[in-house]
Design a protein around this ligand. Structure first.
Ligand code: ZN
Length: 298
């Protein structure tokens, strides 16, 4: 055999080997990276996230799951750039109507290896809890269809087992409904409070303090918040410096690794949601009373 033959055989062998994605070339050990995946089985009727439910994903110490709600939105590309630079995969809980308006961003999330989940069609101001049951179910269904259409071009072929209630305002009936549709419900273990008015530095400090205190967890951000987009590169660097590892959620059919909450667990979101919803109901009642008074005066 000539040397040329040897080279040809070698070339053929290399061509047959699976090639790592080109992005991997930039993902050296100086980058945060994505350490491992957790498979979520949507058939198990799970609700996780210690701020709302008495259990969460079984994460090791210093493992974090990054989740972003309410997109796609204007700051989303900046978020995607920051994640890509650090080779990090996240989960996006998308609002259906935003997905319909900006399908290219949803497609980009999927193409870049992120996970997409559902967050209702309209993110109703009064929340799904205060809607009629049928109306709320229809809003959930429309949200799933809109995200699927944007992400995969087809509805129902790639069902994603990830749902988060807008404002965490679930009900027992709606939890059953979401579970019956093959989705696990995600609360969060901690959040960045990025709906508050603050600087990127303030948000960074706050979320790192909360994470260091919890030691691990599913973290909630909003990719429609410019402050979060500005803060994210520093946050990802800080995770790397502090020895945190990013865990990526993916759909799966095995047993989802779950850890039950300890004794004395309390919901963080229940009292907040109750307070907000009571205020909304009072407002609605006041408005209706005024309208009635106006009508009676006419
Ligand atoms: Zn939301």
């Amino acid at each position: 055999m000539t040397e040329t033959h040897h080279l040809l055989i070698l070339a053929a062998l290399f061509a047959a080997l699976p090639v790592a994605p080109s992005a991997a070339a930039d993902c050296g050990s100086d980058k945060l990276g994505t350490a491992r995946e957790i498979e979520i089985n949507g058939a198990e009727g799970l609700s996780v996230g210690l701020q709302s439910y008495p259990r969460s994903l079984a994460l090791e110490d210093h493992e974090v799951v990054l989740t972003f709600d309410d997109g796609p939105a204007e700051p989303t590309p900046q978020i995607l750039e920051a994640l890509k630079r650090e080779c990090v995969k996240a989960t996006f809980f998308l609002i259906g109507k935003n997905a319909k308006e900006m399908p290219h961003l949803v497609k980009r999330e999927v193409d870049e290896g992120h996970t997409v989940g559902y967050h209702s069609m309209t993110h109703p101001d009064r929340t799904l809890r205060l809607m009629g049951l049928d109306e709320a179910k229809a809003d959930i269904d429309a949200g799933v269809a809109a995200v699927d259409a944007a992400a995969f071009g087809k509805v129902g072929e790639h069902p994603q087992p990830f749902f988060r209630f807008p404002g965490f305002a679930d009900t027992p009936e709606l939890l059953n409904y979401v579970h019956s549709r093959g989705m696990a419900v995600f609360g969060s273990d901690l959040w960045a409070s990025d709906w508050r008015k603050m600087t990127p530095q303030e948000e960074l400090k706050l979320v790192l303090e909360r994470l260091d205190e919890a030691g691990k967890g599913v973290v909630l951000f909003h990719d429609n918040k410019a402050v979060t987009a500005k803060m994210l590169p520093d946050f990802l660097r800080a995770l790397k410096e502090r020895g945190y590892k990013v865990v990526h959620l993916v759909p799966g059919s095995g047993k989802t690794p779950i850890e039950e909450a300890g004794a004395g667990w309390k919901s963080t979101t229940a009292p907040i949601v109750d307070k907000i919803l009571k205020a909304k109901q009072r407002e609605k009642h006041k408005k209706e009373t005024h309208e009635k008074a106006d009508r009676d005066a006419m």
